[in-house]
Structures are given as C-alpha cells and as structure tokens.
Design a protein around this ligand. Structure first.
Ligand code: FES
Length: 102
C-alpha cells in the first residue's frame, strides 16, 4: 500500500529542473518536465551519485558522477535494457508535491 509523503512545493522545482528531497528514510530525485513531476530514487545505482544534481535533457537525466543516463519517467537506463532504476508515483495537490512510498 502506498504511503503518500510530502516532499516539496511546486515553486521549489520549476520546469526543466530537479531537486533532491527526503521522503521517509529515502533520498528522492524530483524532476519537473514541463509542469509534470516525476520521481526516481535519488541515489544512482552505479556508485551512489546524486541523480537530482544531474543534467536534465528532455526526459533524460545524466548522473553527474560518471554519466549514466536514465529516463526520469520510467527509471529505464539508456544503455542497459536490463537496468531499471526505482521510480515513484507522484501527485500534486494544490502547491504540494507528494511521492508514494511502497
Ligand atoms: S554514480 Fe552515477 S554514473 Fe556513477
């Protein structure tokens, strides 16, 4: 069962940007794609880089440490089709952003 957790406000993360936030005991990377929010586990599965501090180009984030790339809408790694990073459902209520923790 999902537990919706407040992670920030719409104004915190303008379109084309990302922010790092804490939800429970997890670090989350929150992305704003043209007003639609998406969330990935914020810790890169390669060596723990901060995905929220990566470069966002369209729906692809590039990890700032070694360049692994993920689709922020699905978590899919862009080279290794077997690697899908953990993505989380997002909802916006008013100006508040929530992610679903399983
Ligand atoms: S830690 Fe992200 S690519 Fe290495």
């Amino acid at each position: 069962m999902n537990h919706w957790t407040l992670v920030g406000h719409v104004a915190d993360c303008p379109p084309g940007q990302s922010i790092e936030c804490v939800a429970g005991d997890r670090i989350i990377a929150l992305f704003n794609l043209d007003g639609t929010f998406h969330a990935l586990d914020g810790i890169c599965p390669h060596q723990g880089g901060p995905l929220a501090k990566g470069t966002l180009t369209n729906c692809i984030v590039t990890c700032p440490w070694h360049g692994w790339q993920f689709d922020v809408t699905t978590g899919q790694h862009q080279i290794n089709t077997a690697l899908k990073h953990d993505s989380l459902a997002v909802k916006v209520e008013g100006d508040e952003i929530f992610v679903a923790l399983g």
